[in-house]
Design a protein around this ligand. Structure first.
Ligand code: AMP
Ligand code: ZN
Length: 450
């Protein structure tokens, strides 16, 4: 697989070549745990998951690190309002963050370093910059002098008015948590946290640094400046950034009251993977406008996919008497060309919408003439795709329908026999409300869980 990826350093799609053969150092900026992650944050984590899965699909070993920012102004303010210490205040949000990742089928990173546990590493970077006068003490903290870093701005190209020295160490204020340092008690600046934690686990130079586009400036720009000034080495080879999620055309913000969490979606009856599917349906470098209608469309598409996968599972396990026999006899169709089209799509800067279209086309062709294909073969191809998509095809299990659903199904079969299709449709709708989908096959009707 010849993977190409859009690198914000060159603003071009580049062939991906890691620094060390076969191994990828991958750092993604993680959450600031002062609140539940909103679905915009989750879009970013899903895109990073797809990137990581694609790298693994391509055969690389990926060392994936994601930080947890567990001390900053917002956390301190939140803790104060709640009358708690910073650790107790952030704990439930940290827990919720991991629950969200789990629900979204996001693969676990190798490490989730927490800022408050890496203060010595941050101090070390500041200690390298101070004697060289690249950093200097000011009234409220230690600042990085951007005029000392010649290529400042090379990532994000900020406007002159936005170029300013930035704080790497904030002096302690009354009532705030602080750590001792050779240059006075205080706490690290956010940018310094990410430089220290990424380099600790991935080395002074590593392959990929990812986040949402809002992090290009000042966060990633400043990380480059302080890291490269401290080590004299190139910090990161590829900066890969995902575009934003909008809500009904607007930026998500507290003042508009349009911030949603995964829990909000679940309360409306959507399973978390429906959001994952929605996120996959747009290219990571395009904005995605979230609407409830689009979530419903994603739900319908995912249901269809799951039904298909389940029916093929049943067929391949020979549980469908009639159709399984014909399928078992069918000669195995070679899906390799489809798989390689899929690979081409994802290797082209993660063109997941195209990859999804290829998967749907395969299903459509299969449904047109299932006798030509084998259920095992079609499943094999879908499982390959799912290594990247992460929609959980392999774990999908047909649940046993409730007695009520089975009773209704029998009633519907009777109605169909007497050609009372109006009644049959009504019953189908009733069954759907119970959470089951009716699928009519040559060997009878089956129920699928929605
Ligand atoms: P934060 O917790 O604010 O530091 O953000 C965590 C991640 O979510 C970062 O990678 C951000 O770039 C990303 N992010 C924040 N808002 C959005 C959004 N509306 N759409 C997509 N990603 C976002
Ligand atoms: Zn960061």
């Amino acid at each position: 697989m010849n993977l190409k990826i859009y690198n914000y350093l060159s603003r071009k799609k580049e062939p991906f070549k890691p620094i060390k053969k076969g191994l990828v150092g991958f750092y993604a900026c993680g959450p600031t745990v002062y609140n539940y992650a909103h679905i915009g944050n989750l879009r970013a984590y899903i895109f990073e998951d797809v990137l990581r899965r694609t790298l693994e699909y391509a055969g690389y070993k990926v060392k994936h690190v994601m930080n947890i920012t567990d001390v900053d102004d917002k956390i301190i303010a939140g803790a104060r309002r709640a009358g708690k210490n910073v650790g107790d205040f952030s704990q439930p949000y940290k827990k919720a963050f991991f629950e969200d990742l789990n629900k979204l089928n996001i693969e676990k990173a190798r490490k989730y370093p927490e800022a408050t546990k890496h203060i010595p590493e941050m101090i070390k970077i500041a200690e390298k910059l101070l004697p060289k006068k690249i950093a200097y003490p000011a009234k409220d903290g230690i600042y990085f002098d951007i005029s000392k870093f010649k290529s400042y701005g090379r990532l994000a190209g900020p406007k002159p008015k936005d170029r300013k020295d930035f704080v790497i160490w904030k002096y302690a204020k009354k009532g705030e948590p602080f750590w001792k340092s050779p240059f006075g008690p205080g706490r690290p600046g956010w940018h310094l946290e990410c430089s220290a934690m990424s380099m600790k686990y991935l080395g002074a130079s590593f392959d990929i640094h990812a986040g949402g586009v809002d992090l290009l400036f000042p966060h990633h720009e400043n990380e480059i400046a302080q890291s490269e000034s401290a080590t004299g080495k190139k910090f990161v080879k590829y900066f890969v950034e995902g575009e934003h999620l909008l809500v009904e055309g607007n930026k998500m913000s507290k003042s508009l009251g349009n911030i949603f969490t995964l829990r909000d979606l679940e309360k409306q009856g959507f399973s978390p993977l429906v959001f994952r599917y929605l996120a996959l349906s747009a290219n990571y470098r395009s904005r995605l406008n979230f609407t409830w209608e689009s979530l419903e469309a994603a739900q319908a598409a995912l249901n269809r996919l799951y039904e298909f996968v389940l029916s093929q599972k049943l067929a391949s396990e020979n549980r469908l008497s009639l159709s399984s026999q014909t399928r078992a006899r069918a000669h195995a169709y070679d899906f390799h060309p489809r798989v390689s089209d899929f690979e081409k799509a994802i290797s082209n800067d993660l063109d997941v919408p195209k990859a999804l279209a290829i998967m749907w086309k395969l299903i459509k062709d299969y449904n047109k003439s299932p006798q030509k294909y084998g259920a095992k073969e079609v499943l094999g191809a879908l499982y390959e795709f799912d290594k990247v998509l992460g929609l959980g095809f392999k774990n999908l299990k047909a649940k046993s329908p409730s007695e009520e659903a089975i009773k209704l199904l029998k009633k519907r079969e009777k109605a169909r026999k007497t050609r009372d299709f109006k009644k049959a449709d009504e019953i189908r709708e009733h069954i759907r409300r119970l959470g089951w989908q009716v699928n009519d096959t040559p060997s009878g009707s089956q129920l699928f869980h929605l």
